[in-house]
Design a protein around this ligand. Sequence first.
Ligand code: XMP
Length: 516
Amino acid sequence: TVLVVDFGAQYAQLIARRVREARVYSEIVPSTMPVSEMLAKDPKAIILSGGPSSVYAEGAPSIDRALFEAGVPVLGICYGFQLMALTLGGTVDNTGSREYGRTELAVSRTSSTLFEGTPAGQQVWMSHGDACSAAPEGFTVTASTDMVPVAAFEDDERKLYGVQHHPEVMHSTFGQQELEHFLYRGAGLTPSWTTASIVDEQVEAIREQVGGKRAICGLSGGVDSAVAAALVQKAIGSQLTCVYVDHGLMRKGETEQVEKDFVAATGVRLKVVDASERFLSALSGVSDPEQKRKIIGREFIRVFEQAQAEIVAEAPSDEPVAFLVQGTLYPDVVESGGGTGTANIKSHHNVGGLPEDIEFELVEPLRKLFKDEVRMVGQEVGLPEEIVQRQPFPGPGLGIRIVGEVTRERLDLLREADAIAREELTAAGLDRDIWQCPVVLLADVRSVGVQGDARTYGHPVVLRPVSSEDAMTADWSRLPYDVLARISTRITNEVAEINRVTLDVTSKPPGTIEWE
Ligand code: XMP
């Protein structure tokens, strides 16, 4: 394991991902964790992340000197670099000026461990106020910029390395290479963390955890629950039953995809509950977004519980249904403060709001993985491309993409429009460039149009294409005009009642991705 010590910027997750891209397993730990606890994890290398503060700011996080004396290779990045310099006796100046963005880095010793094989001048991404002016004793200065005399240093004897820039962001042209040099050459690690090894490891762990007992899994149609279920199915086969609640708010073809493609690929035992009538009548007359979400969540729980009771009744067995499979991802784990092992279900969210009060033990085979890794695992266990590459879709489904009351007619309109947008985006090869593209029906808005010489008075839809790394922040995607034009033409021609297509050009924040 490589530990990434998080000093509170948004960069720690990115660093962890880059390390994993180098096929070395990494985990994030908070900088407040005592060094003894970090070392107890037996890390093969440690990376100190950047952070938002100045090393001289009051209450700025620090690190125990013991970290550098444990014989574990350490790479300090940005804030981590300055902390390393300061802790080991170098000089960091509170310059008051900032270096931010693309910067030209002069690599003064190309035979260094980190920079070997990279050019003497290279573009890197900087973001800092303080600057190191003298390296600690024993270190060689390996790079500088116009503003910073000591922009990188290393002590190959003690296996300590530091860089002022951010090698983890793609604007640092040779960043990934530097990280790999640290991991492979500095720390002597080998790239052995592969998708196949993740699958083997998880299958083993699931078997151990579940034993002979039974498990259920709520399938939402999304990538995470599908991959989690497929992994558990691979591990314990017939001990697993999946439940798919069709609330009638799914997109076109979604239910069929789960019923046919998912079952075909995994051989899982699936219970499909058609509860669309129930959801629609519960939603009747409701247009407040929060109320809709609550109703959908509540009905979901009821239907799920009923299904669970039926599973127990249909197949009586001495082995209890003791486990609930959830597709919790690593970012959720990190953001909720880490934690290990299993917990009884709390207010966890993943499959669109699962029961809070049933006592299950959780099986969470994806809790160490990032989204792109989940997709690779999905591919590895044989799930079809259409499932693995799906874009995120909210648990409450199209119910929160109709601004206004949710009715069957409106759902049908939106389903058609959404299917057209998806088809065209796929045809244009844009699926991997955008995070997701909600289509929103402004059901209570009407506008005048003209079609075939006749006046129309229909509804607008909004296209909401966004790019994002994790949905916490997002930017609107600059889709090619011709793709937008095709989507617009097709929707207004093929979906009666929709006579206008608009584009949402709001980032998040201030807008959220979904409209409700
Ligand atoms: P917002 O609208 O908050 O959405 O910017 C962020 C991401 O979360 C998805 N989303 C949900 N997913 N249950 C889910 O499983 C929900 O209730 C829910 N609401 C929003 C949304 O599609 C986006 O990817």
